[in-house]
Design a protein around this ligand. Structure first.
Ligand code: PFF
Length: 455
């Protein structure tokens, strides 16, 4: 049994909702549409869905198997399974990645808070042109003081939940709010699709143009699948470690993957028709969602209410994701270094805030970070790619190599089936973890290195 001070989820539904809370966030609603838009639409979406099936499903189950078996953070888990080896460093990479992602994710989450404020104060009451919306967005992200304060506020919220521990803090937030988010998204999707010219957006999103595929598109699709499902850095090891022994973890893992992917596709169905309708370019970059959404709210009856509900839920969805990012880091310091949860949350959260400042300043706040080291890219986008695509992909391939070739499929299956629920196809899962996933991710990484299409 998990020791009393680590805590446990109260049941399967609670776990699904909490893990879905980690998975569903800005990755689905901000990152998926803009990355799809930058990478040519339909072909990217097809690759993304393929990677969810062939890489996402095996990795989520591999992580949950490790977490449930060891009941530990990523580093402790590898130490428990293969002491005196280099594998715990893979856990260490996961902890570092959690930090790296949180340090830019919190900036975007801060933007969301500002839009929530804008919705409450009525900025979205009337119809807004794309140019007006763009100006509003640039004004916000270019204000150094405001973005830093918003980032700090978001990290503070995250600390306040994580210091309370998993069951107290995380479950409650997710239980009611994720289903409400789904309903709001469905309503927005219907509105968006029926906007004049909206159908062109659906064609862009779902009709693959295979000539668009290159190394960057493939890597972005792989990274997006992992980022969106919170995989490759041990978040699901950590969450799986709190999973009650009696529940069906396989079903839970699959449900999370499906729910997350559904929300991302739904976000696409909202954003693309709207952007074609108002005439924003699909490859407008990270600001895409923020610029396009106000035009949908402006065209809805009671648009302001929708805007308030949407940004409130998006902030909460982002919060349940930042919680899981900080939780990986905190669990490591609590389990391995003996820190109290309170101390770990405050210290590590504060450190992350400091590390987030360059990202907060990278959209106009400070020239040095806006065009970082003459790359033509801003600091936030670079971090998004390094941690969100590369680090997670390396984590994912190594996790599958570990489970498939070191720990062994039988041990992983035993962990997944320890509740007494048999897997539908244990052989199939073994093949996915041992061969399909490492080969698929390996090919992508080698292709990137050979063609040098890194960004
Ligand atoms: N999956 C989250 C999202 O889509 O917003 C982001 C994330 C959370 C990535 C936790 C990785 C992670 F470990």
């Amino acid at each position: 049994m998990a020791s009393a001070n680590r805590g446990q989820w109260s049941g399967k539904t609670a776990f699904i909702l909490a893990a879905a809370g980690s998975a569903i966030g800005l990755g689905n609603i901000w990152r998926f549409p803009y990355t799809a838009g930058e990478n040519g639409g339909g072909a990217f979406v097809l690759l993304y869905l393929g990677f969810v099936l062939l890489v996402g499903i095996p990795v989520i189950l591999a992580e949950l198997a490790i977490g449930r078996k060891t009941e530990k953070n990523p580093v402790g888990a590898f130490k428990a399974l293969v002491p005196d080896s280099l594998w715990p460093y893979l856990g260490g990479l996961g902890v570092a990645t959690g930090f790296g992602i949180l340090a830019f994710y919190a900036v975007l989450a801060g933007w969301t808070l500002s839009y929530l404020y804008g919705a409450v104060t009525g900025i979205y009451g009337g119809v807004m042109t794309a140019a007006e919306s763009q100006a509003l967005f640039e004004h916000l992200i270019g204000d150094p003081t405001l973005t830093i304060i918003l980032t700090g506020a978001f990290i503070l919220l995250t600390i306040l939940v994580v210091r309370k521990g998993v069951s107290g803090g995380i479950e409650l937030t997710t239980k009611i709010l994720m289903p409400v988010l789904l309903v709001i998204l469905l309503i927005l999707a219907v509105r968006s699709v029926t906007l004049p010219g909206g159908m062109d957006g659906l064609v862009y999103l779902f009709k693959p143009d295979f000539s668009k595929i290159n190394g960057v598109v493939i890597m972005s699709a792989l990274g997006q699948a992992l980022f969106s499902l919170s995989l490759g850095m041990g978040a699901m090891i950590t969450y799986g470690s709190y999973f009650p022994k009696t529940e069906n973890i396989f079903q839970a893992g699959i449900a999370v993957a499906l729910f997350d992917t559904l929300i991302a596709v739904l976000a696409g169905i909202i954003i693309f028709p709207a952007l074609f309708s108002v005439g924003v370019a699909p490859d407008s970059g990270p600001g895409l969602v923020f610029v396009v959404l106000p035009s949908i709210f402006g065209s809805l009856p009671a648009g302001q209410l929708f805007a308030i509900a949407f940004y409130a839920l998006l902030s909460i969805a982002a919060l349940t994701s930042t919680i899981s990012l900080l939780e990986v880091v905190v669990a490591y310091f609590v389990d391995e270094k003996g820190w109290t949860r309170n101390k770990a949350s405050w210290l590590l959260g504060s450190l992350c805030f400091v590390l987030a400042v360059p990202s907060a300043l990278s959209s106009g706040g400070a020239a040095m970070f806006t065009d970082f080291l003459g790359t033509g890219m801003d600091f936030l986008s670079i971090n998004n790619i390094i941690w969100g695509n590369y680090s997670l992909s390396i984590g994912a391939i190594m996790l599958c190599v570990f489970v498939g070739w070191k720990w062994g499929i039988p041990a992983a299956l035993e962990s997944l089936e320890s509740s007494g629920h048999k897997l539908p196809s244990s052989k199939g899962l073994g093949i996915l973890i041992k061969y399909v996933c490492p080969v698929a991710v390996g090919i992508v990484l080698v292709y990137i290195v050979v063609t040098q299409q890194y960004f």
